[in-house]
Design a protein around this ligand. Structure first.
Ligand code: PLP
Ligand code: TYF
Length: 397
């Protein structure tokens, strides 16, 4: 049966973790995978999460099945966070939201639903993008192509190219957009550029799928979420995937959500029924714990305030590490202008280093980033920053 089965390639990012674990370099630093570590190099367990978990434990809640679309209090809290509780689409009951297995689960449920709905549509992802975007939509049965995004020479977004590619797309094509903190480049669109993207999506009749995996890591919760409000205000029907993996440091609990903005309440009810069918035939219903924690935090003013404070601290620390990296590289003798590191947003920096330089960083210095030159600045800290700067300076000589 399995004699012809081929060995699938490793995930290029998660595969680095295994290599890092086996590395014996005394000053090794894992800047590969997109995970936030605190200044002591540890994965944080947020205080707001601890508070909610303690309260949940003291209640000793039984673990029945959740509804197929998840915890109702969670879904409504997600709607309020992503769109604003007072947003017309939410008030009118035009948003269908389901709890999913992380942001990846949201993308997959959305992809499976879209594949039933518009099987011949093409899916466009940014070049470059999170590798799983292409893989996931391909596995769902779609043809996946790219729209221009990163301009290496300009160290920024090739916006003219992006817009031209969107304008060349066919009606009904699906365009996957990073709502904020673009992975892997760290370059986001300006508000004015988003307006132009929205106009193109509208004029061409494209279906936007906004992937929001880092809300709160860019400029702030509301600031990062503003783009969603723009799409809603334009009167578009669109998809939003939400992940709380990073913003709650709950990676392994798999907490996410898919929201679909529809034209009417009746349409949203029908869409919701299809999302539930997709979920039912995949894993029946989602797990309880992570959503119970996130829902408790979002719905309890005291814990919500604590979360916003802790999220703000993560965001601020990442920004400080960007500055420390730019300054440290200069101090280590790098003469090229590295100020772009400070201007990028989110967890990542596209460093511009070549595959060969990234491989040298790994083999000679135990500093792990992806072959594409992406470094996770959220994994830098006051203890590893000097070694990382010395290492990068050495391979840049
Ligand atoms: N989308 C993007 C752009 C990501 O970087 C990630 C990272 O993990 C995800 C989605 C998936 O999120 P999750 O880990 O919640 O599945
Ligand atoms: O880009 C990253 O590093 C994160 C984590 O298959 C990740 O988004 C990486 C690869 C993957 C799943 C999550």
């Amino acid at each position: 049966l399995f004699s012809a089965v081929q060995l699938a390639p490793r995930d290029p990012i998660l595969g680095l973790n295994e290599q890092f674990a086996a590395d014996t370099h005394p000053a090794k630093a894992n800047l590969g995978v997109g995970v936030y570590f605190d200044d002591s190099g540890k994965l944080p367990l947020l205080q707001c999460v601890q508070a909610a978990e303690q309260a949940l434990m003291s209640k000793q809640a039984p673990r029945g099945y959740l509804p197929i679309d998840g915890l109702a209090a969670y879904d409504s809290a997600v709607k309020a966070l992503v769109f604003g509780a007072q947003a017309p689409a939410v008030q009118d009951g035009r948003v269908a939201t389901v709890q999913t297995l992380g942001g990846t689960g949201a993308l997959k449920i959305g992809a499976d639903f879209l594949r039933q709905l518009t099987p011949s549509a093409k899916v466009l992802v940014s070049n470059p993008s999170w590798d799983n975007h292409k893989a996931l939509f391909s596995r769902a049965g779609f043809e996946v192509a790219a729209y221009r995004y990163y301009d290496a020479a300009r160290r920024g977004v090739d916006f003219e190219g992006m817009l031209a590619d969107l304008n060349a797309a066919a009606a009904g094509d699906i365009v996957v957009l990073h709502a904020c903190c673009h992975n892997p480049t760290g370059y986001d669109l300006s508000a004015a550029q988003w307006d132009q993207v929205i106009a193109a999506v509208k004029a061409k009749g494209l279906t936007a799928f906004l992937d929001m995996a880092y809300q709160g890591f860019g400029q702030g919760l509301a600031e990062d979420g503003a783009v969603i409000g723009k799409f809603a205000a334009a009167g578009l029907s669109f998809f939003v995937s939400t992940s709380f993996s990073k913003s709650f440091s709950l990676y392994g609990e798999r907490v996410g959500a898919l929201s679909v903005v529809c034209e009417s309440k009746d349409e949203a009810a029908r869409v919701l029924s299809q999302l539930k069918l997709t979920i039912r035939t995949n894993y029946s219903n989602p797990p309880t714990h992570g959503a119970a924690v996130v829902s408790a935090v979002l719905n309890t003013p005291e814990w919500r305030a604590l979360w916003e404070k802790e999220l703000g601290e993560m965001r601020t620390r990442i920004k400080a590490m960007r500055q420390a990296l730019a300054d440290g590289l200069k101090a280590a003798g790098v003469t090229q202008d590295m100020s772009f590191i400070v201007n990028q947003v989110g967890m990542f920096s596209y460093s511009g280093l070549s595959k060969e330089q990234m491989q040298r960083l790994r083999s000679e210095f135990g500093v792990y980033g992806t072959d594409s030159g992406r470094l996770c600045v959220a994994a830098l800290n006051s203890r590893n920053i000097d070694h990382v700067c010395q290492a990068i300076a050495a391979v840049m000589k």
